[in-house]
Design a protein around this ligand. Sequence first.
Ligand code: XIL
Length: 312
Amino acid sequence: DVPLRESADAKGKVIGTAAGGSHLTGARGEITGREFNWLTPENAMKWEAVEPSRGTYNWAEADRIVDFAQAHGQQVRGHTLVWHSQNPSWLTGGSFTPAELRTILQNHISTEMTRYKGKVAAWDVVNEAFNEDGTYRQSLWYTGLGTDYIADALTWARAADPAAKLYINDYNVEGVNAKSTALYNLVKSLKERGVPIDGVGLQAHLILGQVPSTLQQNIQRFADLGVDVAITELDIRMQLPATQAKLAQQAAEYKAVMNACLAVARCTGVTVWGFNDADSWVPDVFDGYGAATPYDENLAPKPAYYAIAESL
Ligand code: XIL
């Protein structure tokens, strides 16, 4: 069989996976290196991972992932610089003035991006800024700094690594809905204001039977704003137990997502949020759900894997 990355390379498209340190060796490492042309550190670049206590940095796992990617001719998607979740307790539990918070955020962005300058091709600069109804999430950044935190973060990110592609990433923004329209309006206004923004990440944590019918249309409307679009965290979860019928439906839905992206020139490609069901975050977070990825718990390819292969 032809590895996914060979077909994706031929089309100039991303086929990526989220990865942790445990995906770089043994049977997992084989698949990570053979099948994918991009890696996203699943947790290793998050703030709580890289700066667990203030001023004390731990880059070990992130470095290993970046080194693996370089050794295997893969690109890296940096994930993520500005988020409400997985922040260190010194940050979330501290009481900082807005001016202090601004300095802390700028310093974080420039420290992390400078470390990986030239090695991380794209960054999820801002993650999950919106609520489902399209209002801004009341994160520590929004409550401390107002909506300007997004434009400021992007501006600081551009200064830190001018060659990196800068993205805003979110979930439940795959179809046309209130949340994706808020994101659309934000990107439009950032472009109009001259704030650096290169792309929009659609996470795509999807549920079997609920792939939005407006996915391609939504990708297209962002592309028409003059930004790239990436599917950044694809998985399609099902109620357990998995059956042959559900796995076949899942394969068809993976193919539909691939095809929606491949149909739009500015859609850079698709990253799956973990390639196998044993390591997927889904069963830990969505009670009763699982089997969301292209490989099963024994690292054997599922129908979804072959569907991705056929689409490429
Ligand atoms: C998840 C990881 O997969 C888990 O291992 C971790 O415990 C929590 O975070 N949206 C994102 C990702 O942007 O960073 C999240 O990753 C999944 C949802």
